[in-house]
Design a protein around this ligand. Structure first.
Ligand code: NAP
Length: 285
């Protein structure tokens, strides 16, 4: 079945790959980004793939732009079958070093952005008694990592949010919720995080410095190992989730990610057993 799909954060990286692969699969794609002047990469990828996309402005930090984009899609298509919450931003600083305004921004983009977009599509999906919200989380939403506590906190939040939604909205209204949990993706993500650090005082020289150096040194070897996937590889996992009859609550995108999270996810890799238990314990079904 062809679907009407709204995707956030399509100016680069994974958002571009998901938009193109979804259009190649025949779906009607609404690729959104906060700044339409950055649509060049998406336009180039779509043209190389020979697909056409609808491009709209949407800033996940600005409810008015979300409501406007959702309204435009509903007016044209009458429905949104799938929301893909892809927009996100990294942040690498210890809690002591982090500026409070940066902490608020990281939580707002990575957590509140997901809630805002989901809230905007829910009335239409609920009326349709169908729909699928796919959120791009991270292995950092399951496993806390050095200097990433603020980002991990936001991505852990996304995990709890999506799991709670799945516990009663899936059985009641037939809307599915899946968190896709990549490891590393080759994209603008690390560059954007570095720019953010530069803009807020650069790397600091303090007691954390040797620990940070060990972390950064490890990052170099992680980049040459099997940690990082291309955006196209991760997008193909998202396509599998999109096409699933009975979508998972969560899924990793690589063997490396699966291994890293094994101690947390080993007994229930796709989250379905826990979902059934929550429904039984809290809703008596
Ligand atoms: P990316 O190339 O940096 O893309 C991030 C996208 O999010 C960009 O389009 C960016 O737009 C957008 N964005 C940021 N703030 C936004 C806002 N307020 N409103 C709307 N869009 C906004 O990184 P990526 O790797 O493709 O990231 C995609 C997702 O994967 C994110 O959720 C990220 O947390 C997750 N992830 C990434 C990695 C990794 O290693 N890269 C690993 C695990 C999970 P601008 O161009 O305007 O900034």
């Amino acid at each position: 079945m062809t679907k009407v799909i709204l995707i956030t954060g399509c100016s680069s990286g994974l958002g571009v790959s998901i938009a193109v692969q979804a259009a190649q699969a025949g779906h009607t794609v609404y690729a959104t980004m906060r700044n339409l002047s950055k649509r060049g990469a998406l336009d180039t990828a779509a043209s190389e793939a020979g697909v056409s996309l609808n491009v709209l402005a949407l800033d996940v930090q600005d409810s008015a732009t979300i409501v406007s984009a959702v309204g435009a899609i509903i007016a044209k298509e009458g429905r949104i079958d799938t929301l893909i919450n892809n927009a996100g931003a990294g942040y690498v600083r210890s809690t002591e070093q982090a500026l409070e305004e940066d902490i608020s921004w990281v939580m707002d983009v990575n957590f509140m952005g997901v809630v805002r977009c989901t809230k905007a599509v829910m009335p239409y999906m609920r009326k349709a008694r169908a729909g699928h919200v796919i959120t791009i989380g991270s292995v950092g939403g399951l496993v806390g990592q050095p200097f990433n506590e603020i980002y991990c906190g936001a991505k852990f939040g996304v995990e709890g949010y999506m799991e709670a939604m799945a516990s009663y909205i899936t059985p009641s209204f037939g809307i599915h919720f899946t968190t896709v949990e990549p490891g590393g993706i080759v994209s603008e993500f690390a560059n954007s995080a570095l720019k953010q650090i530069e803009a807020s005082g650069g790397m600091l020289d303090d007691e954390y410095t040797p620990i940070l150096q060990a972390y950064i040194g490890g990052a170099t070897s992680r980049q040459s190992g099997d940690v990082y996937q291309t955006a196209d590889e991760v997008a193909s996992v998202v396509m599998d989730v999109l096409g699933a009859e009975n979508p998972p609550v969560r899924c990793r995108t690589s063997n490396w990610g699966e291994d890293l999270c094994q101690l947390k996810t080993g007994l229930d890799p796709d989250g379905k057993k826990l979902q059934a238990k929550i429904v039984e314990q809290f809703l008596g079904q």
